[in-house]
Design a protein around this ligand. Structure first.
Ligand SMILES: [Zn+2]
Length: 140
């Protein structure tokens, strides 16, 4: 009983904020740089700050707070949460590089709420937004 309740307490107190993801495993470095400079990050909303990464295995939705990404919808991020390793995923760190070197596209001012919702819904349901691609072509 004691073990169960402390385990439950641990899981409830598990918290992520902008200070959580500061260090990544060395083996991630190459991929983080590639993703960060790939121009595949799209800013879709400013407040709250929402990003999409156009990944090889689908689109990932990222939430950023005070200049640090704190959530990514990719499988890797979910696995790290389950392992409680607190490392996040490569996209979390790659976004910092993309912002630093201005390697991203900003469509946040060009889409309305309805379009924003459509993109988010497609990614949550299908891990892929064809609507976002239509918009990107329109504004390219
Ligand atoms: Zn990710």
């Amino acid at each position: 009983m004691v073990m169960m309740s402390s385990g439950l307490k641990d899981s409830l107190s598990y918290k992520i904020d902008e200070k959580t993801y500061q260090e990544f495993p060395d083996k991630w470095e190459k991929r983080i740089k590639e993703e960060g400079l790939s121009n595949k990050f799209i800013l879709i909303n400013k407040e709250p700050e929402l990003w999409v990464f156009l990944g090889e295995h689908g689109d990932h939705l990222l939430l950023s707070k005070n200049d640090s990404a704190i959530y990514c919808s990719c499988k890797g991020f979910r696995m790290e949460i389950e392992k409680k390793t607190n490392k996040g995923c490569t996209h979390i760190y790659a976004l910092k590089i993309a912002k630093k070197f201005n390697k991203f596209r900003d469509i946040s001012e060009k889409i309305n709420n309805q379009e924003l919702n459509k993109i988010i819904e497609e990614i949550m349901e299908l891990d892929y937004s064809s609507y976002l691609r239509t918009i990107l072509i329109k504004f390219s």
